[in-house]
Design a protein around this ligand. Structure first.
Ligand SMILES: [Zn+2]
Ligand SMILES: [Zn+2]
Length: 366
């Protein structure tokens, strides 16, 4: 009797679920329901974009792109947002990075500038989109773009290519919405020394310095260091293993270091060789001599006595958890505390130090 009753109840339950699915699918075809659901989602997105809790008394890092040009994964190419106080800079602007910066809610309207490490395409190709994303959100001046000798050529080229776009948008939306005075990129030339570092920005407690790294035959190639309220973040730029980088990163809280995993590169070149794609294979093989392996990056972090080592600019971007493990091969043997693999959307927060001990480092979106 009890068994029969349970059977009836379970049939009724299954019937309710089927009915709910049918009602749900039917509702999805009703236009007013579609409009309501989309409006709710859009409103949530717009309000989230206004929620600017970046920086303040903290030094913060947001990854708006972690990939190199290698591979076709979903990650954006090189892009790192650094926020401190009311200041906001982006280091490098590779393909897809402006879209990623918007997606993770970076406050583009108050972007103070883009710092370019060097002029490989995966570091500059989204400069035009960074311009648009910040201009339409009310950036109060032209977009400063910092870089070594060559920056004028890059900035002039983008301004020429996007000049018509600037004009179209001003004509269509009006000068009150898109100020012509704020349209365009403005080159800020940095001459970093061969050794040591040069301060390129110092305001309201935020100091940014630039230093030279070896990425032959590309010169100049720079890394950047950010210091704010006793906390510090260093970004390697593209580089071979470098003592100059270790010197510039001395005692930093966070070192964000580019990495190339030679075993993964070999796996790709083997496949290209089998397919007789010789030019592509050579191109990839050539990259081995101007990047840093994860183990070498760990050695640099040790020499610099940094607290937290973060890998980024993955060559190639790891497509899954197994490839991520390959990136960590040998790292713990050199550096027992290991390293963090950056991901698009990851955020690192460094609140001001309160005592003598090491400061807090919060990482979200791992
Ligand atoms: Zn690169
Ligand atoms: Zn490069």
């Amino acid at each position: 009797m009890l068994r029969k009753a349970l059977k009836v109840v379970s049939w009724i339950g299954a019937g309710i679920i089927v009915l709910a699915v049918v009602v749900f699918l039917a509702a999805m075809n009703i236009e007013v329901v579609q409009d309501r659901l989309v409006a709710n989602a859009v409103q949530r997105g717009v309000l989230a974009g206004l929620d600017d809790d970046w920086g303040g008394d903290k030094l913060e890092v947001a990854f708006c792109g972690t990939a190199s040009p290698m591979g076709n994964g979903p990650s954006a190419q090189q892009c790192i947002g650094v926020l401190a106080g009311d200041k906001f800079f982006i280091v490098d602007a590779g393909a897809r990075s402006a879209a990623r910066a918007n997606e993770i809610g970076l406050p583009m309207g108050r972007l103070n500038g883009v710092l370019v490490t060097h002029f490989h395409s995966d570091h500059i190709s989204a400069l035009g989109e960074m311009h648009l994303a910040s201009w339409v959100r009310g950036r109060p001046s032209k977009l400063d773009v910092y870089g070594g000798p060559g920056i004028n050529q890059v900035v002039d080229g983008f301004n020429m290519a996007y000049g018509l776009d600037y004009g179209y948008r001003i004509a269509h939306h009006g000068m009150a919405v898109l100020s012509p005075a704020n349209a365009g990129l403005k080159a800020r030339l940095i001459n970093a020394p061969e050794t040591g570092a040069v301060t390129i920005y110092e305001e309201d407690g935020l100091k940014i310095s630039a230093f030279t790294v070896p990425h032959p035959p590309i010169t100049p190639a720079y890394g950047y260091r950010f210091d704010y309220r006793g906390r510090s973040v260093v970004i390697s730029g593209d580089t071979k293993k470098s003592g100059r980088l270790a010197a510039a990163a001395q005692n930093a809280d966070v070192l964000i270091h580019e990495v190339l995993q030679p075993q993964l590169v070999k796996t790709i070149t083997d496949a290209l060789d089998t397919a007789e794609l010789d030019a592509l294979s050579k191109l990839l093989t050539d990259t081995l001599d101007y990047h840093t392996t994860p183990v070498e990056a760990a050695e640099v972090a040790n020499a610099a006595n940094v607290d937290t080592l973060v890998f980024n600019h993955f060559a190639p971007p790891p497509p899954n958890a197994i490839a991520e493990r390959i990136y960590m091969r040998g790292v713990k043997q050199v550096r027992p505390q290991g390293a963090v693999l950056s991901k698009d959307g990851m955020r690192i927060t460094l609140p001001p130090k309160t005592g003598d001990g090491p400061g807090i480092i919060e990482i979200s979106g791992e």
